[in-house]
Design a protein around this ligand. Structure first.
Ligand code: AMP
Ligand code: ZN
Length: 467
């Protein structure tokens, strides 16, 4: 059977994917920092991981998918300055830092569920793995990669000859890259452990061999990925924003502790954009799933929209594009339901059998080729238009959807709506007919057909079904 090819950010090449211990595949995903509501940009990134998992399952692999929850230590600058995002949100709302983290973690998983994103096999929180993080810092210290400042324990990036290999030399470049913390030796050095400021009223702080404080943002991922997946594991995923700092530092920490390159294959998802620019919590230009639902859209229309772009291409979000995705999803649901209700299975000719196999192979090959979901969707539509018998089309549709996750099997008649635009045309045609304007009514019928629906006039009025 065909191989799976995935683009590895570390080698900057598409590579054949071979697990370390087939059929098991270990994946670590950087999870959300839970200080605010999740937005639809986050959802794009985790739908991408969901497609990755489903594709690997198609090949028969058994996945262990681990996701962290950052509930401490992520400072507002992404580096080592600024306030802890969760402590800041707690202060603002008058709630405890723990309550803030739990509330927004729940919000994240409820949005993910509505988008059919499978729950991780393991969800691990930074605050519940302080011991593991301290132990790892001690190993890094023992190997001579750390130094102490007034502010905390730092990683000396100059001691790793290939620090920055993930970003191709663009590591740690951030606006005005400079030494922003007193005593820091190089701009790219980063905190492993931060001391609680003397006058601080931090809610989240722990004792450590170096003093009371809290872990730096990056160490949680190195410590928890090692705990749950081992020193070297198959795949690590994240958004492209993590390449230059967070993931570069994760590699440095793991290598500093174990001397081993921790991850075989790095996958980075491109951003969901808005007005052609970044959509981010910190920029305040985000939409939540809540906004999508409030406007009458189905959360799975958003999933459909995400699948129309390759995960390595930026996708610009507009309400119009979401509307078009919803129309396509509704058509797809109607077609699949109609197939389900159609003729009984009959004997297949060799030619039709071959055609079914070709569609199956083409669909799988699209996903095996670095998760090419736009191509997989195109093959799906082509298959639906083909002349293979309905029951076989239905079976193929359901098996394709096991990878795409659009909930087609669960779609029930009540859930299937005629797209708004088509419904308007139906009403318009009824009105024209009532007024005896049959020629104009016929023109509208043609427009309905161009939208992919056929009209049937019944004693109960006009009904449509997909072509
Ligand atoms: P955060 O909670 O900001 O740390 O983000 C959680 C994950 O979502 C990270 O892997 C980010 O790279 C990713 N992410 C954040 N914003 C976007 C966006 N607009 N589009 C896609 N992914 C994003
Ligand atoms: Zn991480």
């Amino acid at each position: 059977m065909a191989e799976i090819y995935l683009f590895n950010s570390l080698t900057r090449k598409k590579e054949v994917f071979t697990p370390i211990a087939s059929p098991e595949v270990g994946i670590y995903a950087c999870g959300p920092t839970v200080y605010d509501f999740s937005h639809i940009g986050h959802m794009r990134r985790y739908v991408g991981d969901d497609i990755l998992r489903n594709t690997l399952k198609l090949k028969g692999y058994k996945i262990k998918y681990v996701m962290n929850i950052t509930d401490v230590g992520h400072l507002s600058s992404d580096a080592d300055t600024g306030e802890d995002k969760i402590e800041k949100a707690a202060k603002k709302s008058g709630k405890s830092a723990w309550d803030i983290a739990k509330f927004f973690e729940n919000d994240f998983f409820s949005s993910a569920k509505a988008l059919n994103i499978a729950k991780p096999d393991i969800v691990c929180k930074a605050t519940e793995h302080i011991k593991e993080q301290i132990e790892m810092i001690q190993e890094i210290e023992k190997n001579g990669f750390t130094y102490k400042t007034e502010d905390g324990i730092y990683f000396d990036t100059s001691k790793l000859y290939d620090y920055g290999k993930l970003s191709g030399g663009k590591e740690g470049i951030r606006p005005g890259a400079r030494i922003d913390v007193a005593g820091k030796r190089h701009p790219t050095d980063f905190a492993l452990w931060k001391f609680s400021p003397k006058d601080s009223k931090r809610q989240m702080e722990w004792e450590s061999p170096w003093g009371t404080g809290f872990p730096g943002w990056h160490i949680e991922c190195s410590a928890m990925s090692r705990k749950y997946l081992g020193e070297v594991f198959d795949i690590h995923t994240g958004g492209v924003d993590h390449i230059a700092i967070h993931h570069t530092n994760e590699i440095a920490q793991s290598e500093g502790a174990t001397g081993k390159e921790p991850v075989r294959l790095w996958i980075h998802h491109e951003f969901l954009q808005i007005d052609g620019g970044k959509m981010a919590k910190s920029l305040g230009n985000t939409y939540r799933l809540h906004d999508v639902v409030k406007k009458g859209f189905d959360p799975l229309a958003l999933r459909y929209l995400f699948l129309t772009a390759h995960y390595k291409d930026p996708l610009n979000f507009t309400w119009d594009s979401l509307g078009a995705a919803q129309t396509s999803l509704e058509k797809l649901r109607l077609q699949v339901l109609t197939l389900k209700e159609q003729e009984k299975r009959s004997a297949l000719s060799t030619e039709k059998n071959e055609k079914i196999e070709t569609y199956r192979e083409d669909f799988t090959s699209a996903l095996y080729d670095d998760l090419n979901t736009p191509k997989a969707l195109a093959i799906f539509w082509e298959m639906l238009k083909s002349n293979i018998p309905s029951p076989d089309k239905y079976d193929l549709a359901i098996s394709f959807d096991e990878a795409l996750g659009l909930g087609l099997k669960e779609a029930v008649v009540e859930k299937v709506k005629v797209p708004g635009k088509v419904q308007k045309l139906i009403d318009e045609r009824e009105r024209l007919r009532e007024q005896g304007k049959f020629e104009e009514a016929d023109k509208v019928r043609k427009e309905i057909e161009e939208e992919g629906f056929v009209l049937e006039d019944t004693p109960d009025g006009s009904k449509v079904k997909p072509q």
